[in-house]
Design a protein around this ligand. Structure first.
Ligand code: ADP
Ligand code: ZN
Length: 753
């Protein structure tokens, strides 16, 4: 932390109690203040305060308590925001570590360990808006409402079903309507909305404490390993490697109970996308005997709810926390275990400063607070697998599915031939069409999956499947249309975009890209009678659309569901017997060395959507590059085979997990200025880079322009992240950037776009 006192020059020493604080917006500056008599016993390291800075009063965090201050004219803190320090020293240390490692301002790191809703102490309302029936509701009244305002009828029905007052948010969730609908009902005099303290969770009643199942042998052994780790403060983190349905969650549930029974606490991280009501229900029902001890943190909470949940943890009521990424900073004390489910998920990486990885923070926090760390996945990340091989993690496996169900059959379809046959062949090949037809005839369902996350700018030959790659970096080159060039954004290599395929000479080489919309249109043309729905970020902008579509699909009202990553994970539809992957190449040839790993994980996940019920599932993968390893290994459900060859590739090129990487992205509205800044930065970095550190050129990012900003990147590679961070920080501190050029630093980046 850079210490820079700005309150003035050294003066006479003054007695009393003083604190050194870090204002939330202060560019790392620490300021001293006197603590008024009344708060002396309450203020401590981690207290949140408001302090006068020049003419303003700013929120700040106490980072040090001092016995004296030599600052002339030291002022008093204006306000103490909570009786109990809001940031525990352990978390404050974690924040400092993040600032250092992830190369971000310390105040940004400190702020990130507190949710906005509690940070400035403004949301202190512990009461919530609750809705109850105003009186008896007759069938006739409901029928009338049904005709005039069907949404209001839905809302009213949900409330009737609940049979008790509900917080408005929950009621809206249950009814699948916007919260405003209840206001309309209130106007009609049918319901009453009032502010009330909700004594217990409205879900609670529905749950019976499921005693749990009898663990099989593999699970017993796994649980034993976890329990060992919980009693041994120096134990290594455990990587629980088990296919979907092998009973990992069951292990989590037992370990959590164990921790709580031992008087400790448990923290469970799940990817945001998996934080569905089903997941939450499963945990809550298992711990039905201690409902009040569970806190759930996810992005759909209102500020008030988040505030309440957080305080439940902070005051020690909650002993179990389930949440997404940022829950890694939940203020639990006496942690027994930290669980990271689906540890390979990219959503654990924060995409704004501090760009931390929650899994890595879990390992660090667990180590510092002497808690066991359990990372679970069916397709562990290369980083974690590498840590197993380096004996930093302990590997525990669940090799069999609990129900002994077989993995679905995966067929690979070569689009190079199909695309020639008909204009739609490149979207829906003949075999895929036939398979869909068969399902429709049998009343079974199909999922068509299109990988569209990130974005694809590679050039691929439709005739031979050749993809233009950087000769030095083995990642796909990105096609920059304006300049008609192919650029490697890792090393800066650049060449003219070819007009014909460099390998086979076919003019069919093009920049790849098919949208879900286009797929949906094609499917509609081919199957005019089928019931088709599309699910992607564009079609799901309405709050309830997601639930409605999934609901309809579950009820069998949809034959074919076309969608993106949104439908890849965690969903369970017994009647889905066919999954079609429209174009496996879309993710494969992103200009990213992790493209293969992602594709493998995604194919494995998506394939897992087929055959969840009694019927066997089939997966059809369409691709222009049928022999790419990600596709072949996924096809054979061969995780370890994939790992072996992917590790070798990473080793050869010094990519993570073998080497470390930092990506600096500069953006601004003035192209020349951004470009110049990127090139200057690259030059300065090169000049001071120690041996073993490689600095790339300042080149346009694969995503050249976003939200009116031009984007340029400079990459750093070397054996240690800390070394790279320090080099970068030193260089950036000494290099004035134009005011309109913004710099983002990503240490251990996961997305290179
Ligand atoms: P995973 O988390 O690995 O996908 P789960 O723990 O969700 O697996 O288990 C899949 C299903 O099998 C769940 O419905 C779970 O209740 C059930 N299950 C888990 N362990 C057992 C067991 N030992 N015996 C019977 N059913 C089990
Ligand atoms: Zn290159």
């Amino acid at each position: 932390m850079s210490v820079c006192l700005s309150n003035g020059p050294v003066a006479g020493i003054v007695g009393g109690m003083f604190v050194r604080v870090l204002p939330d917006q202060a560019a790392g500056r620490l300021l001293d203040y006197r603590v008024p008599e009344a708060w002396v016993s309450a203020v401590a390291v981690g207290s949140r305060v408001r302090v006068p800075v020049r003419t303003r009063v700013l929120p700040a965090t106490v980072v040090e308590v001092l016995e004296y201050s030599d600052v002339r004219g030291v002022r008093e803190i204006a306000e103490l925001l909570d009786e109990k320090p809001m940031i525990r020293p352990a978390l404050l240390d974690l924040a400092r570590w993040m600032s250092d490692y992830y190369c971000c301002p310390v105040e940004t790191a400190v702020c990130s360990v507190l949710p906005v809703a509690v940070r400035d102490g403004k949301v202190s309302e512990k009461r919530r808006n609750t809705v109850r029936l105003a009186g008896e509701v007759t069938e006739e009244a409901l029928a009338v409402l049904e005709k005039r305002a069907p949404r209001q009828a839905d809302a009213l029905r949900a409330l009737l079903e609940a049979g008790e007052p509900l917080p408005v948010v929950r009621a809206a969730e249950a009814a699948g309507v916007a919260e405003g609908v209840f206001r309309s009902l209130e106007k009609r005099g049918l319901v009453v909305i009032e502010s009330a303290v909700v004594a217990r969770d409205p879900y609670a009643e529905k749950f019976v404490s499921s005693a749990g199942v009898t663990l099989n042998g593999e699970q017993e052994a796994a649980l034993q390993a976890v329990e060992e780790a919980m009693t041994n403060p120096g134990a290594k983190p455990i990587l629980l490697f088990g296919v979907t349905g092998s009973g990992k969650t069951e292990i989590y549930l037992r370990a959590i109970r164990r921790a709580v029974e031992d008087g400790r606490t448990a923290l469970v991280l799940v990817p945001e996308i998996a934080l569905t009501p089903q997941t939450v229900e499963r945990f809550k029902s298992r711990f039905a005997d201690m409902q009040e001890k569970i806190a759930v943190l996810h992005s759909h909470l209102s500020d008030g709810e988040r505030h309440d949940e957080w305080h439940k943890i902070h005051d020690g009521t909650a002993r179990i926390v389930i949440g997404a990424r940022s829950s890694i900073f939940a203020p639990l004390e006496n942690l027994g275990i930290i669980i990271v489910d689906e540890e390979h998920e990219n959503s654990y990486k924060q995409d704004e400063a501090p760009r931390y990885h929650a899994r890595d923070m879990a390992v660090l926090r667990g180590h510092r607070e002497k808690a066991a760390v359990l990372l679970g996945s069916a397709t562990p990340s290369l980083e974690s697998w590498h840590n197993v091989q380096a004996e930093k993690y302990r590997l525990v496996r669940l090799d069999n599915r609990v129900d002994d169900k077989r993995m679905p059959v995966v067929r690979v379809i070569d689009l190079r031939q199909q695309a020639r046959r008909s204009p739609e062949g490149g979207i829906l090949s003949q075999p895929l069409r036939e398979a869909i037809e068969g399902r429709i005839a049998k009343g079974e369902q199909t999922i068509l999956f299109l990988n569209r996350r990130g974005f694809s700018t590679s050039m691929i030959c439709e005739a031979c499947g050749h993809v233009c790659q950087c000769p030095d970096c083995s990642v796909s080159l990105t096609y920059h249309r304006a300049a008609e060039r192919l650029v490697c954004h890792i090393c800066g290599h650049s060449s003219r975009a070819p007009k014909i395929c460099p390998k086979c000479g076919d003019p069919g080489i093009r920049h790849s890209g098919v949208g879900t919309q286009k797929v949906e249109d094609a499917v509609k043309r081919i199957f005019p009678k089928a019931r088709i729905a599309r699910m992607d970020a564009d079609s799901m902008t309405r709050k309830d659309a997601y639930r409605e579509t999934l609901g309809a699909f579950k009820e069998g009202k949809i034959d074919i569901l076309v969608g993106t990553q949104m439908i890849a994970k965690g969903l369970h539809f017994p009647n889905v017997t066919l999954v079609g992957i429209v174009n496996a190449d879309l993710g494969l040839h992103l200009p990213d060395f992790r493209a293969g790993e992602r594709t493998f994980q995604l194919l494995t996940q998506v394939a897992g959507r087929a055959g969840r019920g009694e019927m066997e599932g089939e997966v059809l993968v369409q691709t222009f590059t049928p022999f790419s390893p990600s596709i072949q290994f996924a096809r054979h459900h061969d995780y370890e085979g994939f790992m072996e060859q992917e590790m070798e590739f990473r080793r050869q090129f010094g990519y993570p997990p073998f080497g470390r990487m930092v990506m600096v992205t500069l953006r601004g509205t003035m192209l020349e200025r951004v470009e110049f800044s990127a090139q200057t930065l690259a030059r300065k970095l090169k000049a001071s880079a120690p041996a073993g550190v490689t600095v790339g050129e300042g080149v346009p990012a694969p995503l050249e322009k976003a939200k009116t900003y031009y984007r340029f990147q400079v990459s750093l590679r070397g054996p240690s992240s800390v070394q790279l961070s320090r080099l970068l920080r030193g260089t950036l501190d000494a290099l004035p950037m134009p005011e309109d050029v913004f710099v983002a630093v990503d240490v251990d980046p996961l997305h290179l776009l």
